[in-house]
Write a protein that binds this ligand. Structure first.
Ligand SMILES: Cc1cc2nc3c(=O)[nH]c(=O)nc-3n(C[C@H](O)[C@H](O)[C@H](O)COP(=O)(O)OP(=O)(O)OC[C@H]3O[C@@H](n4cnc5c(N)ncnc54)[C@H](O)[C@@H]3O)c2cc1C
Length: 379
């Protein structure tokens, strides 16, 4: 079988390894100039899962090297350099190739509704590469494109506020857990209560002098991610503690909503819904990420209306973990491998994209998905 793997992130790479080892021919498409391009953007962050949970036996067998299954906690940059990039070097990778659309060779979306017979037609991929656009074919598609490319905006109701795009274009607003080393002593508005937001908070407080932070969270119960007192992941507990303590130290405004952002001098005027304003130098928006299901639009792909993840897995996660904020170590998939199937035969969404907007995805879950999908393809 010829398998197209979309995205050479950590899960796309593991999927390509497993598929190649199973005897399939595999092409990996990566939009960035190198593998694990999204991971490179948060390379400064220390993972809260150890090496042993961030690598697989199959991957380690290809890469070699010491300590890849050890108990230490690498930064994302260390993990990428020691494991992901060497792993990528063992694969047929097309970097600089973005998959724009996926369809079936001669079938339209509404043809053969829900029928296994659709599998008789290969997938057709519209790919943008350095030489322009072209069609490629595949018998199976593993969409491992992640969610990093579409950060959630700053405003209430999940909308961007007026002025948000201009603030971003001016460089005074940034999204996600990106580096903030240039913000020492600056007045910073931080939005979000998850692990990414607290990671940013931790970095802003560690600066010399520390940033002067106004922290907006949806509620006063911070941080908004799960970590029990006896957390088996000490890094996760340490992050949780930072968030809990910081709430008392910084200007924490639970339940405050933005109304608009305006460029003002070298900074931003923040307008709140209650009519008050605040002057800051920068804003950091860490309110989560959204999957881009646009490339799957011509397929019989069924997305959850809440999370935008694939429907069966989304329902399974809801049943086993609840709507969010649960333990990302808790084992989902009460329904087993079958929950990874979509109505479109041989289309699988894996990795962080498979969790849609949920923030409780862990690499070990993606590793498990890869094993399960290879089993499904072998049936
Ligand atoms: C700050 C941070 C810390 C995290 N810490 C942990 C942790 O400690 N432990 C843990 O288990 N998990 C952690 N995660 C969660 C998760 O494991 C990571 O997000 C992981 O990178 C997900 O891997 P992925 O392969 O699914 O997606 P990604 O890493 O996002 O990779 C997707 C790849 O697809 C490419 N791509 C996207 N669109 C296209 C397209 N149309 N065509 C071609 N290529 C495309 C991208 O360039 C990218 O290289 C963390 C996440 C973040 C953001």
């Amino acid at each position: 079988m010829h398998i197209a793997v979309l995205g050479a992130g950590p899960i796309g790479l593991e999927a390509a390894v497993a598929a190649t080892d199973a005897g399939h021919s595999v092409t990996v498409y990566e939009q960035g100039p190198q593998a694990a391009w999204a991971v490179a953007a948060w390379g400064h962050v220390t993972l809260f899962t150890p090496w042993s949970m961030n690598t697989t036996a199959a991957g380690r067998a290809r890469v070699g090297g010491e300590g890849l299954d050890g108990p230490g906690f690498p930064t994302a940059a260390e993990w990428r350099a020691a494991y992901l990039l060497p792993l990528a070097a063992t694969l047929d990778l097309r970097c600089g190739h973005r998959v724009l659309q996926v369809g079936r060779q001669h079938l339209r979306k509404g043809d053969l509704l829900g029928q296994a017979a659709r599998a008789a037609e290969p997938f057709r991929l519209l790919v943008q590469g350095p030489q322009g656009e072209r069609f490629d074919r595949a018998d199976a598609v593993l969409d491992c494109t992640g969610t990093w490319g579409d950060p959630a905006p700053a405003g209430p109701g999940g909308l961007p506020v007026p002025g948000e795009a201009a603030a971003r274009a001016s460089g005074r607003l940034r999204y996600g857990p990106v580096p903030v080393g240039d913000l020492a002593g600056r007045r910073v508005l931080l939005l979000g209560d998850g692990a990414s937001a607290v990671t940013v908070l931790q970095e802003l407080l560690a600066l010399s002098p520390p940033a002067r932070i106004t922290w907006l969270t949806p509620s006063s119960a911070v941080p908004g991610f799960y970590s029990p007192e006896d957390d088996v992941l000490p890094g996760r507990r340490a992050l949780w503690t930072v968030g809990r303590q910081a709430a008392a130290e910084v200007d924490h405004r639970p339940g405050a909503f933005l109304a608009a952002l305006e460029l003002a001098g070298g900074g931003l005027t923040v307008r709140f819904e209650d009519g008050t304003t605040l002057e800051v130098d920068h804003a950091v928006v860490a309110t989560g990420f959204r999957p881009d299901n646009g490339p799957l639009r011509e397929l019989q792909f069924h997305a959850c209306w809440g999370s935008e993840g694939p429907m069966k897995l989304a329902a399974d996660l809801l049943a086993t973990r609840g709507g969010g904020g649960g333990d990302c170590l808790a084992s989902p998939q009460g329904g087993g491998a079958e929950v990874l199937r979509s109505p479109e035969p041989r289309l699988f969404v894996l990795g962080s994209k498979s969790f849609g907007r949920r923030s409780d995805f862990l690499l070990q879950e993606g590793h498990r998905q890869v094993t399960q999908v290879l089993e499904l393809l072998a049936r």
